[in-house]
Write a protein that binds this ligand. Sequence first.
Ligand code: SF4
Ligand code: SF4
Length: 178
Amino acid sequence: MKVIGVHLDRCTGCKTCELYCAVERGSNGKTLLKAAQETPLPQPRLRVEGNNEFTFPLQCRHCLQAPCLNACLNAALVRDPETNLVLVREERCIACWTCTLFCPFGVIFPWPERKFALKCDRCAFMENPVCLEVCPCQALELVELEDFEKIPGQRRAEVGKTLAGKKEKGLLLLDLGE
Ligand code: SF4
Ligand code: SF4
């Protein structure tokens, strides 16, 4: 299964990924100008977080053991048998937001105006996720989850420790390094 990796050292926090995720995946018009005039305003499926020291886009990791799947009261969250991705069946979502309490990464976003939970589906039906295509710094990359597992545990532990020490306690990022 391919997941989105983040080069922490390249992200400048420009939010281009967030903006175009909303336009491309949340709007009817599919252009910035048209999207900006829609009501409700289109929402992105990822969020750029951070502070003055570092920034990074946060999106669903499609966890192999995903707590959100069992949390949903109406079986609106499912694992796609073909891609292994965790998806929201928007027509089944009852907007109770229970899943948002169970995702350890905080990457399910309520969209009250549309009455469904929004999360990254890795643009599975497109050749490449929109965020990858638009990032001016090439901070995002599609990688096989198995390859990520090969990145030395020590390297991943260092990233987790650095971030936890700064702000995001317990947050583990998929850092591809150099
Ligand atoms: S577009 Fe790239 S540089 Fe800008 S916030 Fe997103 S990941 Fe970071
Ligand atoms: S929504 Fe959260 S818990 Fe569910 S698969 Fe994505 S990261 Fe994991």
